[in-house]
Design a protein around this ligand. Structure first.
Ligand code: AMP
Length: 608
């Protein structure tokens, strides 16, 4: 291995973090601190105020959560000690969940997310029970401070997360008001992706000699590497499906798949092995001798795919790596540049593919800035593409076999043909079937009614702008060629996926109720809510691909009237078999004007 990657491995154990936090980090499978964590954690532990220029995806949450939790004081009444302000309810929930995860081994520890739109009584109950960490949107935090339901006096640490976003959303006055209400504030951390003048002013006015940390982006040009990105859903399953389709559609030699955690290296390698690939994990927990052996196996073609963390793949130099797949987007641009540099070695060309979920677009932009090139978006290989490739490969196998020594079999077949008078073409087909065994040669198409697809595809552009006439779902019985009693259901449009709600006609649900519940509870702009179909005792709704887990959780609990929606993603579309009355979502004004488009700007070309 070469030493071309400058930074030395560094572990969480090198920080002075409390043992329960180290245990949580270890269990999360984090191998090494991200650059922002490495720089920031020691300063926060030392009690300094900090300003971090970092965006989502850099690991910034752990950069403040771990040291602040490490310094939590044991108190009897569990009064709030840490307050985090976040611009959106989505981020507040996400940050609260991270605190809960990192603090899971702390005794008697509670975190609460407070945000607008949620019933006060739930928040009040939790606040009365006692929580050490409160994560909230500015408006709701102000309300609680004014009412005295959130006690300002015990809060000693304040975090302003995504400060530029808070200011963009018009929360400047609220944030300043909150800053002034905390008489015992001892430490403040401010995070912002950009540092406009008004953020600097806040830092100057309210922070005490803050340490400023910016993770610099080194620029490189990697001409021999063809870079592409695929917009994926955030979910693990859809990324695994995307990976398997890419591996099928691309012609590769050696592949390096980058993931974030040690646990994932093993999981993804296992899944690839189950799919028939020669894959192995590579992470920092694996003994050096085993790691070297694995790399040798890649070199000697005993394995084709390595699933690695950044640390384990540092300096890896294997000529046959034709593809680097960034299954998880890296934390910083430097890691990206290092990762893709594992291909295109020794004057060869290489392919780099980056999976980006809709919330990671800002890191994608940073990478583009750092590499000074636009990364082309690729489409997810379709089932048709994959099957074309499978047929091509199958034919190639036949051509290869024809070049081999097949004299024995030629004789055998000759004999067979004479004995049976079988048609040679049918005989060849029977042999082909035998070689294929129980696995069908072709990947099955999704079980949607094929006739519906062209209509759906045509309507894609309109769907991004809002509802249009041609994307209305006609009642099943009116659709041309729809056979009686046959399940005919339009597939979700490109970039959308279908969810099931356990409420339907029998429960008196109307499309407007569904739109209202989703738009209000999950803060999803109603223009992103797609086709709705209401059946007797359930309904379906199409939503943009890539719904983050936290949003899904909110929607699972959301209610229409007094009944829970129990929203679930439909994985197996056979559950849609019953023909029902498909209805169009009514046009409806968004109730939310200052929040951004949901999932932070779902791209029009969302592929999976
Ligand atoms: P954040 O930028 O805080 O939103 O974090 C982005 C993602 O990175 C989250 O899913 C974290 O769980 C994950 N993460 C944070 N720090 C690390 C680390 N040191 N190693 C691996 N994953 C991490």
């Amino acid at each position: 291995m070469s030493s071309e990657y400058e930074s030395t491995p560094f572990s969480f154990a090198d920080f002075d973090l409390a043992a329960p936090l180290l245990q949580a980090v270890n269990e999360a499978g984090y191998e090494t601190p991200t650059p922002i964590q490495k720089e920031m954690i020691p300063h926060v532990l030392a009690g300094r105020d900090v300003v971090g220029q970092a965006q989502t995806g850099t690991g910034k949450t752990a950069a403040f959560a771990l040291p602040l939790l490490s310094m939590l004081q044991p108190t009897k009444d569990k009064s709030p000690q840490i307050l985090v302000l976040a611009p959106t309810r989505e981020l507040a929930i996400q940050v609260a969940e991270s605190f809960t995860d990192y603090g899971k081994h702390l005794k008697n520890f509670n975190v609460l997310a407070i945000f607008g739109g949620q019933d006060y009584s739930i928040q009040l109950r939790q606040l009365q029970k006692g929580v050490q960490v409160v994560v909230g949107t500015p408006g709701r935090v102000m309300d609680h401070l004014r009412r005295g339901t959130l006690k300002a006096t015990t809060i000693h640490s304040l975090v302003l997360d995504e400060a530029d976003e808070m200011l963009r959303m018009g929360f400047l006055d609220d944030v300043e008001w909150i800053l002034e209400q905390l008489p015992n504030r001892k430490q403040t951390a401010l995070f912002s992706a950009t540092m406009p003048q008004n953020i600097r002013k806040i830092a100057q006015k309210y922070l005490h000699e803050p340490v400023e940390i910016t993770i610099k982006n080194k620029a490189v040009t990697a001409q021999t590497i063809n870079q592409r990105c695929l917009i994926t859903a955030g979910g693990l399953m859809s990324k695994v499906e995307a990976l398997s389709r890419i591996l099928e559609a691309e012609s590769f030699d050696g592949v390096l798949v980058f993931v974030r955690t040690k646990i994932q290296t093993a999981e993804i390698a296992e899944q690839l092995t189950a799919l028939g690939y020669l894959a192995a994990p590579l992470n920092g927990d694996i003994q050096q001798s085993t790691r070297l052996r694995t790399i040798d196996q890649l070199k000697s073609k005993k394995i084709d795919i390595l699933v690695a963390t950044d640390v384990a793949a540092r300096g890896l130099d294997v000529e046959r790596i034709s593809h680097v797949i960034n299954f998880d987007i890296p934390f910083d641009t430097e890691s990206y540049i290092h990762r893709i540099g594992r291909t295109g070695r020794a004057g060869r060309s290489g392919e780099a593919i980056l999976f980006v979920n809709p919330r990671e677009q800002s890191m994608l932009r940073s990478i583009e800035r750092a590499t000074r090139q636009k990364i082309q978006t690729m489409a997810l290989p379709s089932i048709t593409d994959i099957n074309k490739k499978r047929i091509e490969n199958f034919k190639e196998k036949i051509s290869g076999a024809l070049l081999g020594d097949i004299a024995f079999y030629e004789k055998l077949i000759e004999e067979y043909l004479q004995e049976t008078q079988a048609d040679p073409r049918r005989l060849a087909a029977a042999l082909a079937m035998l070689t294929q065994g129980n696995t069908p040669l072709l990947k099955p198409e999704p079980k949607f009614a094929p006739m519906a697809a062209p209509e759906s595809r045509r309507s894609v552009p309109e769907s991004r702008r809002g509802m249009s006439e041609n994307r209305r779902t006609k009642p099943a019985e009116n659709r041309p060629r729809a056979r009686k009693n046959m399940a005919v259901q339009l597939p979700p449009e490109e970039g959308m996926e279908r969810f099931r709600i356990e409420l339907g006609n029998d429960q008196g649900v109307k499309p407007g109720n569904i739109v209202g519940a989703i738009a209000n509870e999950a803060d999803i702009n109603s223009k992103f809510i797609g086709r709705i179909a209401i059946y007797d005792n359930y309904s379906t709704v199409d939503l943009p691909f890539g719904m983050p887990e936290d949003v899904l959780r909110v929607l699972q609990r959301a209610r229409i009237g007094s009944k829970a929606m129990k929203l679930q993603k439909i994985i197996d579309d056979t559950s849609l078999a019953a023909p029902g009355t498909a209805v169009q979502k009514p046009k409806r004004k968004s109730t939310e004007t200052r929040k951004k488009d949901q999932y932070k700007g779902v791209p029009a070309n969302a592929a999976l």
